[in-house]
Design a protein around this ligand. Structure first.
Ligand SMILES: Cc1cc2nc3c(=O)[nH]c(=O)nc-3n(C[C@H](O)[C@H](O)[C@H](O)COP(=O)(O)OP(=O)(O)OC[C@H]3O[C@@H](n4cnc5c(N)ncnc54)[C@H](O)[C@@H]3O)c2cc1C
Length: 437
């Protein structure tokens, strides 16, 4: 028996799936080798980051220990400070002795970068999201507060925050007149990552919620009471939320190889980095989703990449061939707060599959169920996560879904009330197919 160690850095969306992928791969090898799988995380929780903009943060954190223990993965608490890929060791900030590994999966995610630490709120981490909620409660309790807000960054997160804030401010201070919520975007329009049709729907929804849009506007300075734009115009807001500028974990800089402008490690088609024994997944990785598209900093990509990277790390340790990562199907479901949601298909984000209340059902399903591991911590259910859907028959059972050439061609449902459930089933299929295990 040879003893080897697979280390997974980060217990987020990609890291947990890497642990599951690795455990599944090891089981399928039938105990040929003594191999330990360890996941290193500074916190005992997996944070479901896509939910951090929400008004209700209940259940946003999932305890890692029971989940990992049930599939034989060890949780090691710590913050990785150094990776020495030549020596195949990592060092934790909390202890001097290095930890040896045979294969490492780097899934340490990303963080927003901005120079306004003390002056702005963000929804990047759980504690930051909580701090935003506390600030809103504080404003609600102050009789003279205007309840005004500025959100900087009109991309996915900024839109979701601005839309949700409109509901949150109303909820905490019902009936009270609130000041403006202004969404500031440097590009000529908000939602620049979306196509024109989808963008028009987003703009309409935001306006219906009373969100003011300031586009083509760059922030020059943040103050206690709002922001100053490049043209020196000031925009008032008792609350400033920053939602722009994600950057991959700094740990990517410690691994040899090229990085993209977001700091993500550029990886091969099997998610191997240029440094032997190091794989990367999620927001720390820059991978090709298909021939034309690079995967995004998204949960959808992080989940599938994690599963592949974890499985490949074990495969290599066992002397097997790694598998390819491929994820040609791409759905975006953008929460628009009280105005519903918007579901698009394809990397151009212009094919609208649903919007309003119907898409909101689907968004809730994604945020409350689809991206969560099973609640009961049963090994069989956890190990089945992300397994490739079997054959065409199961896909064919989805009425209205036609998959051809890696694209969702059409979703046609007779009864409107069935559609949310069908989207949910489709998403399960899509994520299942993508994990390619
Ligand atoms: C508000 C918000 C809304 C979003 N909405 C969506 C959405 O609608 N759809 C979508 O697809 N995506 C969405 N995303 C993006 C999505 O959350 C990320 O792409 C996804 O979480 C990336 O997964 P990850 O595992 O790479 O990183 P994370 O989930 O961030 O996990 C990284 C983990 O690494 C740990 N870590 C960091 N540094 C170290 C270290 N040095 N040592 C050890 N551990 C470390 C962190 O503590 C964390 O647990 C949203 C993100 C936010 C913030």
């Amino acid at each position: 028996m040879i003893s080897k160690r697979i280390l997974i850095v980060g217990g987020g969306m990609a890291g947990v799936r890497a642990a599951i992928g690795a455990a599944r791969s090891l089981r399928s090898a039938g105990g040929q080798m003594e191999l330990t799988i360890e996941l290193i995380s500074p916190s005992p929780w997996m944070v479901v980051r896509p939910r951090l903009y929400e008004a209700d943060l209940a259940g946003v954190r999932v305890p890692l220990d029971p989940l990992l223990a049930s599939i034989g993965v060890r949780l090691r608490r710590g913050h990785v400070a150094e990776i020495d890929a030549r020596a195949r060791t990592v060092r934790l900030a909390e202890r001097a002795e290095p930890i040896h590994y045979n294969q490492l999966v780097l899934s340490a995610g990303s963080r927003l970068q901005h120079p306004w630490q003390e002056l702005v709120h963000t929804v990047d981490t759980y504690s930051e999201a909580l701090a935003l909620h506390e600030r809103i409660a504080e404003l609600a309790a102050r009789p003279g507060a205007q309840m005004s807000a500025v959100v900087v960054g009109g991309g996915f997160t900024g839109i979701e925050v601005a839309a949700e804030l409109s509901g949150m401010l109303e909820q905490v201070a019902p009936g009270r007149q609130r000041g403006p919520i202004t969404l500031i975007e440097r590009a000529p329009s908000v939602a620049p990552e979306f196509g024109p049709h989808a963008r028009a729907l987003i703009e309409r929804a935001l306006r219906s919620l009373g969100v003011e849009l300031r586009t083509g506007a760059a922030v020059r300075e943040v103050r206690e009471d709002g922001v100053v734009l490049a043209d020196r115009a000031s925009v008032d807001g008792e609350l400033v939320v920053w939602a722009s500028g994600p950057r991959a974990s700094e740990l990517t800089e410690q691994v040899a190889g090229a990085r993209d402008p977001l700091g993500r490690l550029i990886v091969d088609c099997d998610l191997a980095s240029q440094s032997e024994g190091v794989w990367a997944a999620g927001d720390s990785a820059c991978a090709r989703a298909d021939r034309q598209h690079t995967a995004l900093m998204s949960c959808q990509h992080a989940l599938a990449q994690g599963a592949v990277a974890g499985a490949n790390a074990v495969s290599l340790a066992l002397g097997r061939r790694p598998q390819r990562y491929r994820q040609p199907l791409y759905l975006t479901c953008l929460d628009l707060g009280p105005a519903g949601a918007l579901l698009t298909c394809g990397f151009e984000r212009n094919r609208v599959l649903a919007h309003g209340a119907e898409a909101k059902h689907f968004k809730r399903y994604i945020n409350r169920s689809l991206i969560y591991p099973p609640a009961d911590a049963q090994a069989a259910a956890i190990l089945a996560l992300g397994r490739r859907a079997r054959g065409r028959r199961s896909a064919a059972r989805l009425s209205g879904l036609a998959l051809r050439s890696g694209r969702v061609r059409a979703i046609v449902c007779d009864r409107a009330e069935d559609r949310a459930a069908q989207f949910a089933e489709i998403a399960d299929q899509l994520l299942g197919r993508e994990a390619a295990l």
